[in-house]
Design a binder for this molecule. Structure first.
Ligand code: SF4
Length: 541
């Protein structure tokens, strides 16, 4: 097959905050030194921001470093945090924390729609001459031995049987001196690269699945910039997770819930937990008679410092969520992603000047990381997530104590295991929540409000290595957790017409959250880029 070939100096895969920051910093340095380079960003969404989802409260530190103190003059900000509360919920009661835990203090931070922020950052990089190619998913890395030399983009217009359809367009081979992966949580190319080169951190990565909605509500219930966080119900003590309410203004709120995927319950359903949480009296009182206008879901890499893969090598760097830089203790990853991007911009500029793209040269990224506030911040909370292995109360106690002791309580990694290894044999199935369509919604309604669209007549981008295991071992041992953990009702054990059940994949519903790639008990599912650049449309969320 004839493929178009393209050569650039630096190729960024994914137009999230990390890569946009890196491209901006690199272009700025080159401009200042009167040098030129071909810089390209490829993005799988149809427009930058469509596949970006976050709560989101942003610590402005990363933006200040990158754009200077006046960054907010142009960048879209919804609100400055005005006041904040942390609640512990039981099924019917609300207990207000008398003191806000240090990691959840948000004075000086801002509430943003991350999709709008990255759309603005895209304009900034384009002004600097960076090429941004939307609807251009990176499907595979190109290698010379173990050196990364670029990316092959997704073949478009494949028919259902995987053969070229009438609108077929072969993917392009983009060769680059440096390939920078900033694909977000559970990036598909990052996953492949980490496994191939053995780049895993001291701990495996662990994840939560975050579900989010934007609501319009009657005025007078919440103040612009007000922030609530809740712990407890509907989760039990042995299940990690929690929620947020962020008031974008007096009439619009962002609400969401993150559920960790290591709970061991095969019936774990992050979407249902989120919907159930909204029925709590304090949340219901906020939302009742309002309208849900947008919805979405995405995984969150929670492992932190010890789950960082080696993030540099011959011809590549790994940034942001893909590099495990989210600070789960603070529920923040935007400023850390931006900072990693700024460091990578410096490293790429130096590497281009030296014409050296080797592992030894790109290891400069790690040296800069070690000297930065980013390392200091992540180091302090390096075992935060692992502390919660023994339950909410013990985790809360030990992680708080450790922070007060400057992170000295557990110096070395407290071991974590991959989420899918925690499942216990199936012994229960709860009554599913029946959505009422006004306060609570079923998954298909969520998919509609995520704007998720994929061409039906293409091969499924969700590859299941052995569907026999689904109807035999998995059905017996765990009751097919994929029907529960996917927040978009993609997986269904449907009738096979002969009295049995077989796996049906409704791939067009997929919101690209990547939960299935993580939580499948037999690690049979691989998320790949679809052949139509489809997916959710989160712009404005
Ligand atoms: Fe998420 Fe996988 Fe479901 Fe897509 S199929 S929405 S990636 S769990």
């Amino acid at each position: 097959m004839e493929r178009e070939q393209l050569t650039v100096d630096v190729l960024f895969v994914g137009a999230g905050p990390a890569n946009l920051a890196a491209a901006y910093r690199l272009a700025k340095i080159l401009e200042g030194q009167n040098r030129e380079a071909e810089i390209m960003i490829i993005e799988k969404g149809k427009q930058v921001g469509d596949h970006v989802l976050s709560g989101a409260i942003m610590d402005p530190r990363g933006m200040i470093d990158l754009f200077g103190p006046d960054w907010a003059d142009e960048c879209p900000v919804e609100a400055e945090v005005s006041n904040e509360s942390v609640f512990y919920l039981t099924e019917s009661k609300t207990v207000t924390f008398p003191v806000i835990p240090p990691t959840l203090r948000n004075h000086g931070n801002v509430i943003v729609s991350l999709s709008r922020v990255v759309a603005w950052m895209k304009e900034k990089v384009e002004e600097m001459g960076v090429m941004v190619a939307e609807a251009f998913p990176g499907a595979a890395l190109l290698y010379d031995g173990d050196k990364v030399i670029g990316v092959r983009t997704q073949d478009m217009g494949l028919a259902k049987d995987g053969q070229p359809g009438p609108n077929f367009q072969p993917g392009t081979d983009i060769h680059a001196k440096i390939t920078v992966l900033g694909e977000g949580s559970r990036g598909s190319l990052t996953k492949e690269l980490v496994a191939r080169l053995g780049l895993e951190g001291r701990n495996p990565q662990v994840y939560g699945t975050g579900c989010k909605e934007i609501w319009e509500i009657p005025e007078g219930r919440i103040e612009k910039g007000e922030v609530w966080h809740t712990a407890g119900w509907p989760l039990t003590n042995d299940q990690y997770g929690g929620s947020w309410v962020y008031a974008l203004d007096e009439r619009r709120v962002s609400v969401g819930f993150v559920t960790a995927l290591d709970g061991g319950d095969p019936d774990l359903d992050p979407w249902e937990i989120f919907q159930t949480w909204k029925t709590h009296p304090v949340i219901k009182a906020l939302l009742v008679d309002g309208t849900m206008v947008k919805a979405g879901a995405k995984t969150v890499p929670e492992g932190g410092y010890w789950s960082r893969p080696r993030s540099y090598g011959d011809g590549f760097l790994i940034l942001g969520d893909s590099g495990s830089l989210l600070n789960i203790a603070r529920l923040k990853g935007i400023h850390t992603a931006i900072k990693s991007g700024a460091l990578a911009g410096d490293v790429c500029a130096d590497a281009l000047a030296a014409e050296d793209f080797s592992e030894a040269r790109l290891a400069e990224y790690e040296r800069l990381f070690d000297q930065s506030w980013l390392k200091k911040e992540l180091w302090k909370t390096r075992n935060y997530r692992a502390s919660f292995k023994s339950g909410f109360w013990w985790g809360g106690f030990t992680s708080t104590l450790s922070m007060f002791l400057g992170g000295r309580l557990f110096r070395d990694p407290v071991p974590l295991a991959p989420d899918h290894t925690h499942y216990q044999k199936r012994s229960w199935r709860k009554e599913p929540l029946v959505a009422d369509g006004t306060l609570t919604f079923d998954k298909v309604t969520g998919v509609y409000h995520a704007g998720a669209v994929h061409e039906e007549q293409q091969p499924s981008h969700l590859l299941v290595a052995d569907t026999d295991i689904c109807r035999t071992r998995c059905a017996e041992e765990y009751g097919n957790p994929c029907e529960s953990f996917c927040p978009a009702a993609v997986y269904e054990m449907a009738s096979d017409g002969q009295g049995g059940r077989q796996l049906q994949i409704n791939h067009s519903n997929c919101v690209h959250c990547k939960t299935c790639d993580i939580a499948d008990p037999y690690a049979l599912i691989t998320w790949t880029t679809p052949a139509d650049a489809g997916g959710p449309q989160y712009m404005g969320m």
